[in-house]
Design a protein around this ligand. Structure first.
Ligand code: ADP
Ligand code: MG
Length: 220
C-alpha cells in the first residue's frame, strides 16, 4: 500500500537515517524500533506528512505523497491517515462522544467497510455508556481507549501510532495492541513506533530505525 524508497532525513550536517526502503502492507502491523533519538517519530511524521524527508519518496497508490500540494495533503490526512499518540490528543474539555464525533466525515463514501458507530466503538473498548463523560475525568488508560475508539470510528487505511502504550500499564498495553491488531486484520496498515518489547513481539514485522545507517532493512 505504501512504498518508502531510499528515504533519508538530515538536520544540518547530521544524518538521522538514510537509504530507508520499506513496504507497508494492508492487513499488517509493523513496529519501528530503535533507541531514543534514532528517528522513529521523525519517520512516522514523514509518513503522516507532518515533516518532509530530505531525499527519497513515499509512494501511495503510485503517487509520491512527499510531493503533495496543500489540497492533496489535506485529503490524505482526512481520508487515509489515523494518528495515535502517547498523550492521546483528545479534546480535554469535551465529552467522550464529542471526541468520537469529530472523526466522522460527512458524506464520505469511499470506505467499503461498514462505518462503526460511536456506541459500538465505545462498547468495543470497554467504555459502553461513558459517552457523556468529560475527557479530563478519565484515567490515562481510559483516554487512550477513547483515542482508539475514535480511530475505529474514522476507519483510516493507515494508522500511525507513536509510543501509544508509553504511559500505560501492561493490561492497557495489551488492550491497545489487541485493538490495533484487530484493525489491521480488518484491512488497514498499522505502524507502531515503540520501545516496548511486548508490543514489538506482537507485530508482524519489525523495522529498526538506526542512526546514520546507509542500509536500514527489515528485521523479519
Ligand atoms: P525517536 O522518536 O526515535 O526518539 P525522534 O524522531 O523524535 O527520535 O528524534 C530524532 C532526533 O532528531 C533527535 O535527536 C531530535 O533531537 C532530532 N530532531 C528532531 N526534529 C528536529 C529538528 N526540527 N531540528 C533538529 N533536530 C531535530
Ligand atoms: Mg519518538
Amino acid at each position: 500500500m505504501i512504498k518508502i524508497e531510499n528515504l533519508s532525513k538530515s538536520f544540518g550536517r547530521r544524518t538521522l537515517w538514510s537509504g530507508v526502503n520499506l513496504d507497508i502492507e494492508r492487513g499488517q502491523t509493523l513496529a519501528f524500533v530503535g533507541p531514543s533519538g534514532s528517528g522513529k517519530s521523525t519517520l512516522l511524521n514523514c509518513l503522516g506528512l507532518l515533516e518532509a524527508p530530505s531525499a527519497g519518496a513515499i509512494k501511495y497508490e503510485g503517487r509520491d505523497i512527499t510531493r503533495f500540494g496543500r489540497r492533496s495533503t489535506r485529503g490524505f490526512r482526512r481520508d487515509v491517515l489515523g494518528y495515535l499518540f502517547q498523550n492521546y490528543a483528545l479534546i480535554e474539555n469535551a465529552t467522550v462522544a464529542d471526541n468520537l464525533r469529530v472523526a466522522i466525515k460527512p458524506g464520505r463514501g469511499s470506505s467499503n467497510r461498514p462505518r462503526v458507530a460511536i456506541d459500538e466503538a465505545l462498547h468495543r473498548v470497554g467504555l459502553a455508556g461513558r459517552g457523556k463523560e468529560k475527557i479530563h475525568v478519565l484515567s490515562g488508560g481510559e483516554q487512550q481507549r477513547v483515542a482508539l475508539a475514535r480511530l475505529m470510528v474514522k476507519q483510516p487505511e493507515l494508522i500511525l501510532a507513536d509510543e501509544p502504550t508509553g504511559a500505560l500499564d501492561h493490561a492497557n498495553t495489551v488492550m491497545v495492541v489487541d485493538i490495533l491488531e484487530e484493525m489491521s486484520r480488518a484491512g488497514c496498515a498499522v505502524v507502531i513506533a515503540t520501545h516496548n518489547d511486548y508490543v514489538r513481539d506482537r507485530c508482524d514485522s519489525v523495522f529498526t530505525v538506526a542512526s546514520a545507517t546507509t542500509s536500514a532493512s527489515p528485521v523479519r
